[in-house]
Design a protein around this ligand. Structure first.
Ligand SMILES: [Zn+2]
Length: 334
């Protein structure tokens, strides 16, 4: 085996801990994460965790360190593992790839990826677009990947579909394993992407209300669901008449976004339709912070992961659940 078998060995544990310390406490003074007391004394190190400094809280008479109550709390893996995994996630690697390069188990890689994606989505929660917004839709094949035949979380009631899922003709639907993806792209650059069950008038209206501020200017194609939209200054180009742009009116940005989303999703070799909102949401995060490079994006995610409140919710997948518009839109319709 080569001496450098995994990338995380490039990192120095002391440097990583100093970095995480700065990242966690840069906006506020050192504080006990349990009782919020500022009466803190140093309390030595951990022999099994080089670089990690322990503190004693005089308020609650307990010790804590920089990782207490964060996403990395009680993780057996070192900080270099975590930092590198976050960086690779921002380079849109799959969880399998990350597990291989970082040197953790496949399931650890999968769990970390989803926790970190949840932390990233905490930045995308309140996003709503305004001004001039383009919209387009796409049907993406997403089946029941990962749902075990006899076990798993959801029983299929049939044989698991092969990796190469055939698509059916006509419009997609969640029940036909081809949910719709709506993209809303502001001319200022921000994007909102939603996975929805179908592309009916009611769904699109609800999706638009979530993604775009009322009264905004909306440019779309000539799909009837868009033409029925209420509350927006709407104009459209007619693709069937080979009209793709009419002065200001076009949706080329939205189409371009899909040309980036498709290869992003291809990396995962098929996704489960239950996880599609999470993947799409993380792509939205990457896109909205595209001015930053992957390390800067990773720093944003790590900063969220170091916040105890966000880390706690992220470990329960709560941010992805908020992004799951399948049920949200369904309850709105019923
Ligand atoms: Zn305390």
């Amino acid at each position: 085996m080569p001496i450098l078998s995994h990338l995380h060995q490039l990192f120095n544990a002391d440097t990583c801990h100093a970095y995480i310390h700065t990242l966690r406490w840069k906006d506020r003074p050192l504080q006990c994460p349990r009782c919020h007391s500022h009466d803190i004394d140093p309390w030595g190190n951990y022999h099994y965790r080089p670089g990690c400094k322990r503190h004693w809280c005089n308020g609650c008479k307990r010790t804590f360190n920089d990782l207490t109550n964060t996403m990395m709390h009680q993780s057996k893996r070192s900080l270099p593992h975590w930092i590198l995994a976050t960086f690779l996630l921002c380079l849109s690697c799959s969880s399998r790839r990350i597990a291989r390069e970082v040197g953790v188990h496949l399931r650890t890689g999968y769990r970390w990826c989803w926790w970190l994606r949840n932390a990233a989505l905490s930045y995308e929660m309140p996003r709503q677009l305004a001004g001039t917004v383009e919209a387009d839709e796409l049907y993406h094949t997403a089946g029941n990947k990962g749902q075990a035949q006899g076990g798993g979380q959801k029983s299929l009631g049939r044989r698991a579909r092969g990796r190469r899922k055939k698509r059916e003709p006509g419009r997609g639907h969640f029940d036909k394993d081809r949910p719709a993806i709506s993209a809303w792209v502001s001319r200022q650059g921000q994007v909102v992407i939603q996975a929805t069950k179908d592309f009916t008038v009611k769904t699109v209206q609800k999706a638009a209300d979530l993604a775009v501020q009322a009264g905004s200017k909306l440019y779309t194609d000539s799909a009837s669901s868009y033409r029925a939209l209420m509350g927006y200054a709407h104009d459209f180009v007619n693709h069937t008449k080979k009209e793709y742009a009419r002065g200001e009116v076009h949706e080329n940005r939205a189409e371009c976004l899909f040309s980036l989303l498709k290869p992003y999703l291809r990396v995962f070799r098929g996704v489960s339709k239950f996880n599609l909102p999470g993947y799409v949401g993380f792509f939205q995060f990457l896109r909205n912070f595209r001015q930053q490079n992957a390390f800067e994006q990773a720093e944003l995610i790590l900063q969220a992961a170091l916040d105890p409140a966000i880390a706690n919710r992220a470990k329960k997948w709560e941010f992805v659940k908020c992004f799951d518009h399948f049920d949200l839109l369904q309850t709105a319709i019923n």
